[in-house]
Design a protein around this ligand. Structure first.
Ligand code: SF4
Length: 107
């Protein structure tokens, strides 16, 4: 398992088929959008909704590729995403990296 896939899976990503039109399948689609844009420690509670989200990897890839700064995306707080970006500056496309990792897992 790649380190990238490990990071996504440890964030809660399920190894499923990759879908580009992922927003409609988001666990958070029916909740108050502001719930994911809390600050500080409240983000750790807010990201609970991501744990079973079927499109966690896609959401995380988009946030990382677009350098989204605020809120919970893909099961990670903004601080966790910044740390991951610092740790893996070699990854130019998180979408490709996470897709490859999922494919290797049989997804
Ligand atoms: S991973 Fe979290 S923030 Fe992203 S779509 Fe799923 S529930 Fe929403």
């Amino acid at each position: 398992m790649s380190a990238v896939t490990s990071a996504a899976i440890s964030a809660g990503a399920s190894v499923d088929l990759w879908v580009d039109e992922w927003a409609k399948d988001a666990n958070c689609s029916g909740q108050d959008p502001e719930a994911l844009f809390v600050r500080g420690k409240a983000q750790h509670a807010a990201k609970a909704v991501c744990k079973t989200c079927p499109v966690l990897a896609q959401c995380l890839a988009e946030a990382l590729d677009s350098r989204t700064e605020f809120g919970v995306w893909g099961g990670m707080t903004e601080r966790e995403r910044r740390a991951l970006l610092r740790k893996r500056p070699d990854i130019t496309s998180w979408k490709s990296a996470l897709q490859a990792g999922m494919a290797a897992q049989g997804g």
